[in-house]
Design a protein around this ligand. Structure first.
Ligand SMILES: Cc1cc2nc3c(=O)[nH]c(=O)nc-3n(C[C@H](O)[C@H](O)[C@H](O)COP(=O)(O)OP(=O)(O)OC[C@H]3O[C@@H](n4cnc5c(N)ncnc54)[C@H](O)[C@@H]3O)c2cc1C
Length: 419
């Protein structure tokens, strides 16, 4: 079957790979000049299935109120006169209950754990290299009350089959010796370690997989902004870019935060809103002082990944529309936080700053599967975990379009959950 994949972020590339593997003739349409140059470019690098949690929880609601007016707030809303934002916020509030958070965690976990298995198979099949480290993820807490609360949640996650170890400060340092100075400065009251989690460079992975796709016969059309999708008699027929028209028998929308803009003219209302985040990439100059184990710093909601000879630090979230300007104050805050945890590991003058738009759904669950147009499919809305969920999501879409039995249940993941 002839299939168009829209978008060459990590989601689009993995979809193209699994479709090509299943024997489809695949064409990828992308407005940038290469793969993974938008949100998949410089994210936190964590494949963090065992730390899967939705943003919308009762605790987040209380924290958002405390963070109001603070420029270093990990999550900040800039409410504007945008009706799409107001309706997104209403859905977000609806999901901030204990029972909704449990439902959403299960849905996210279903995709994240499946995805981790698919990534393992893909690595074995292809030998792809992307600065991957299988050293687990250590979530560190400064506040003992937060550590105790998270330890309670970790026990219930263990009941779901996840391996989470609750550990004290000394064990954190034993796992990651570069944390010694942070422990001496009372930055760590304890941690939660998930040995089966991983990290790696999403951009390196996506570009290498795109190369492999080309060798499998996938066609890439870069520098091709999509103008409109063409639907006739209730079926997807093709699309127009600024210079060309493409036709196909099926189509997968993997346009990240921009997916709703392309779908709206077709009467498909997708509640995905951009949530801007920041990252800092710090070349390591003192290797003894830099971590190997990937980390989550709880109170600041910052993630740390060792990517080759660089330390990637990422976090912050702003719900403020389609704006990718790098706010100097917020990105300097990320850098200073990293240097406070790992003093002297790199030279601040060499740091590279970046911002990207997470395709955020109000429940943090991706949107996978078919639409009311039966040959038009969605693989989008991966929110904070697009890298963690990319391989599983791509495989599910390829199986669905190929008419194969799905290896995980799609219920609660489709767009119909919002109607
Ligand atoms: C600061 C930050 C840290 C993060 N850390 C992590 C992490 O540690 N682990 C994790 O799992 N996830 C993380 N994420 C989330 C993850 O990066 C995203 O969920 C993921 O990159 C989304 O991938 P995507 O392919 O869906 O979207 P994108 O990467 O944005 O790809 C969409 C593509 O569509 C193209 N496009 C859009 N509109 C058009 C158009 N009209 N015509 C043609 N092409 C178009 C874009 O150019 C882009 O290439 C983080 C995100 C941020 C911002």
């Amino acid at each position: 079957m002839n299939t168009l994949v829209l978008g060459a972020g990590v989601t689009g590339i993995t979809t193209a790979y699994y479709l090509a593997k299943a024997g489809h003739k695949v064409t990828v349409i992308e407005r940038q000049q290469g793969a993974a140059l938008e949100t998949s470019f410089a994210n936190g690098g964590q494949i963090s299935a065992c730390h899967t949690e939705p943003w919308a929880t009762p605790a987040t609601l209380i924290k958002i109120i405390k963070w109001l007016g603070r420029n270093d707030a990990p999550l900040r809303f800039r409410l504007m006169g945008d009706p799409k934002l107001w309706s997104w916020c209403a859905r977000f509030l609806f999901n901030c209950t204990h029972s909704r958070a449990l439902i959403n965690t299960e849905r996210m976990l279903r995709v994240a754990l499946y995805s981790r298995d698919q990534l393992t198979k893909l690595k074995k099949d292809t030998g792809i290299a992307y600065d991957q480290l299988n050293k687990g993820i250590l979530h560190i807490y400064k506040n003992p009350i937060e550590h105790a609360a998270a330890s309670g949640r970790a026990k219930s996650m263990n009941d779901l089959g996840l391996e989470r170890h609750i550990i004290d400060t000394a064990a954190c340092v034993a796992l990651e010796p570069a944390l010694k100075s942070a422990a001496d400065n009372n930055f760590i009251s304890g941690g939660i370690f998930t040995p089966s989690d991983e990290s790696g460079n999403t951009h390196a992975f996506s570009t290498a997989l795109a190369e492999l796709c080309i060798s499998m016969g996938v066609e890439f059309h870069y520098n091709s902004p999509i103008k409109r999708l063409i639907v006739k008699d209730g079926r997807f027929k093709g699309l127009e870019t600024e210079e060309n028209t493409f036709e196909s028998e099926s189509c997968v929308v993997a346009l990240g935060s921009y997916s709703p803009l392309v779908l709206k003219p077709l009467g498909i209302n997708l509640p995905v809103y951009p949530a801007k985040g920041y990252s800092v990439t710090l070349p390591i100059t003192n290797f003894k002082e830099a971590p190997h184990v990937s980390l989550i710093q709880d109170e600041l909601k910052l993630v740390y990944s060792r990517l080759g000879n660089n330390l990637r630090v990422a976090g912050m979230a702003e719900i403020a529309g389609y704006n990718t300007n790098v706010d100097d104050e917020r990105s300097q805050f990320v850098l200073k936080s990293a240097l406070a945890l790992f003093p002297g590991c790199g030279t601040p003058e060499m740091a590279e700053f970046w911002s990207g738009l997470r395709p955020q759904t109000p429940d943090s669950v991706p949107v996978l599967g078919s639409t009311k147009i039966d040959n038009l499919y969605l693989n989008t809305g991966h929110s904070t975990l697009g890298w963690t969920m990319a391989c599983g999501s791509g495989k599910i879409l390829a199986d669905l379009i190929s008419g194969k039995d799905l290896e995980i249940d799609l219920s609660g993941l489709e767009i119909s959950r919002f109607s």
